[in-house]
Design a protein around this ligand. Structure first.
Ligand code: NAD
Length: 522
């Protein structure tokens, strides 16, 4: 019997024996298929590339997960041309037909969830629950966008009229060819969700996964294409950001783009560069420097659990990861002591194994970042736990590190200001709620934030004043992390995002559409 457990990012534990049995089977199957070679997906078919790169397992970098095609500028040109050619017919299709195809894709993602999760663990190193959560999220995101289209009647609305002979309509229509560029930390969800949003609204797509997680991108594209998309509607190019990503961004025939990734690339290389000749929609979802506030009236058990999960879950590789805690002086020592204990108990190991909480850092550059930031933390603050690589049986060939807590950093220290994206958490004591709020908001970023308090006035004050797109109060499942489509729409303010509308939410689809106001006189 298939497991009934649905894992989300708010799942605290799942000791479902059937689920783990299915995982074991999927891992064994994927292990037999490691090292497959993947092509580019352009137009109706696939194309073998002259050059390939390897995608390796961060838990054991000797293991090749896949040999992946390296796309070129010419491939980008061909993929955009294929998407352009496919656009008029795809746009003209009733949205219900597009919805039926996407619904099939979501069902297929669910059906293959253990296999997809296993590939993800091999390629990116997240643990079983995180991997399964992401696969479930992708399926839910696709379904949610289909539901949004349905709930809004395809975004076609009758309007008022100034005379008896006028029929007036507002209709939201697709832009054309949409680019999707994704990061490595949620390689299924953050590639597949913008693809689904663009497709359900009638755009055609050229997508590029991160070069650190290309196979996840290939599997996502195969599922969408095999669900029945006409040729050219979805094209997928693996390859580097500097070649494929740049060529896509600079392509004059691209009508809109969704980028999820770092502020540095998203703002400088995309947002500022994307428009030529006239403005074009450029949705950039970027990083965070997400604070949690712990007040003296907080339930400390909840605060410790929520902060631990958000700071160190998936090794801090979440844009929503908690990286700063402002804790009231009256409870600071007790909070810190309990958090350190919880952190030191976390099981580090091969993420393929049941019960491992922390796998390896996902990329070699994350490991270099961790070592650089730890040195900076040691120089200007006090490392209370962690600060070194994790050693032990089975850890010698992977990027394993210890989750790290640092205190005593000056407020304006670079570690307090820039996104780290590795498991390093800074904790600062504060005197009162006011000081905590001022510090929490003193950042260019505005993605997520959390508070733990027993006082209603502080909850109200936090919700009114915090500058972030996703906020949580007293949440043990994650102080700043763990949003779910249709539940907590996810997006950032300020340097964290450009559209002011969140993904997986009520207003996502209109960001992929442009309005046409139609008056027909009888
Ligand atoms: P990144 O910016 O390095 O890369 C993102 C994507 O852009 C990759 O596919 C990369 O190949 C491509 N790219 C790189 N240079 C490019 C260029 N010049 N032109 C076009 N494309 C280019 O980010 P990353 O390291 O893959 O991901 C981590 C970042 O993503 C973190 O900052 C994290 O906070 C952010 N993120 C944000 C969200 C969100 O929803 N706001 C979600 C997940 C991750």
């Amino acid at each position: 019997m298939a497991s009934e457990t649905k894992v989300t990012y708010a799942t605290l534990s799942a000791d479902d024996a059937e689920m783990h049995r299915e995982f074991d089977g999927a891992i064994a199957m994927v292990r037999r298929e490691l090292g497959r070679t993947t092509p580019l997906y352009i137009g109706a078919g696939t194309r073998t590339a002259a050059t390939t790169t390897t995608s390796t397992n961060p838990a054991d970098t000797r293991v090749v997960v896949a040999n992946v095609a390296a796309g070129t500028v010419e491939d980008v040109n061909d993929a955009v041309a294929a998407a352009r050619q496919a656009f008029p017919a795809w746009r003209a299709k009733p949205w219900t037909e597009r919805a039926a195809i996407l619904g099939k894709a979501a069902a297929e993602v669910r059906r293959r969830r253990y296999e997809l999760s296993a590939w993800l663990i091999f390629e990116m190193g997240k643990n079983r629950l995180e991997a399964l959560g992401e696969v479930e999220e992708l399926a839910d995101l696709i379904d949610y966008y289909v539901d949004q289209m349905r709930d809004n009647d395809g975004y076609l609305r009758p309007m008022a009229s100034l005379g008896p002979q006028d029929t007036n309509t507002s209709v939201l229509r697709p832009f054309g060819v949409w680019g999707v560029i994704a990061p490595w930390n949620f390689p299924y969800a953050l590639l597949g969700a913008p693809i689904a949003a663009a497709l359900i609204t009638g755009n055609t797509v050229v997508a590029k996964p991160s070069s650190d997680t290309p196979l996840s991108g290939v599997l996502t594209a195969e599922i969408f294409r095999n669900a029945g998309l006409p040729p050219g509607v979805l094209n997928l190019l693996t390859g580097s950001g500097r070649v494929v990503g740049k060529a896509l961004v600079e392509h004059p025939e691209l009508d809109g783009i969704t980028f999820t990734g770092s502020y540095e690339v998203g703002f400088r290389d995309l947002y500022q560069a994307f428009a030529v000749r006239y403005p074009k929609p450029c949705i950039v979802e970027m990083g965070g420097k997400n604070p949690a506030i712990v007040m003296d009236s907080a339930d400390l058990e909840r605060a410790v659990t929520g902060v631990f999960r958000s700071a160190f879950g998936m090794n801090g590789h979440k844009c929503s990861a908690c990286s700063r805690v402002y804790v009231h002086r009256a409870v600071a020592d007790e909070f810190l002591e309990r958090l350190i204990k919880r952190t030191e108990e976390a099981r580090i190991g091969d993420p393929l194994e049941r019960g491992v909480f922390l796998g390896p850092l996902a990329t070699a550059s994350s490991l270099a970042d961790y070592e650089k930031y730890v040195a900076l933390a040691r120089a200007s603050g006090v490392i209370r736990t962690g600060g070194q690589r994790a050693a032990g049986a089975g850890l010698d060939h992977g990027h394993f590190v210890k989750p790290t807590i640092v205190t005593g950093l000056p407020h304006d220290h670079e570690l307090m200001r820039q996104e780290l994206f590795v498991p390093i958490l800074a904790i600062q004591p504060v005197g009162d709620f006011e000081e905590a709020m001022v510090r929490a908001n003193d950042t260019d970023f505005g993605l997520t934030a959390g508070i733990f308090t027993g006082k209603k006035a502080e909850i109200d004050g936090f919700l009114e004043r915090i500058e972030a797109g996703v906020v949580y109060v007293n949440r043990a499942a994650g102080a700043t992390t763990g949003a779910w489509p249709g539940v907590q729409p996810f997006g950032g303010w300020k340097a964290s995002g450009s559209s002011g509308k969140n993904i997986g939410g009520l207003y996502t689809l209109p960001t992929y559409l442009r309005e046409q106001s139609r008056t027909v006189v009888a």
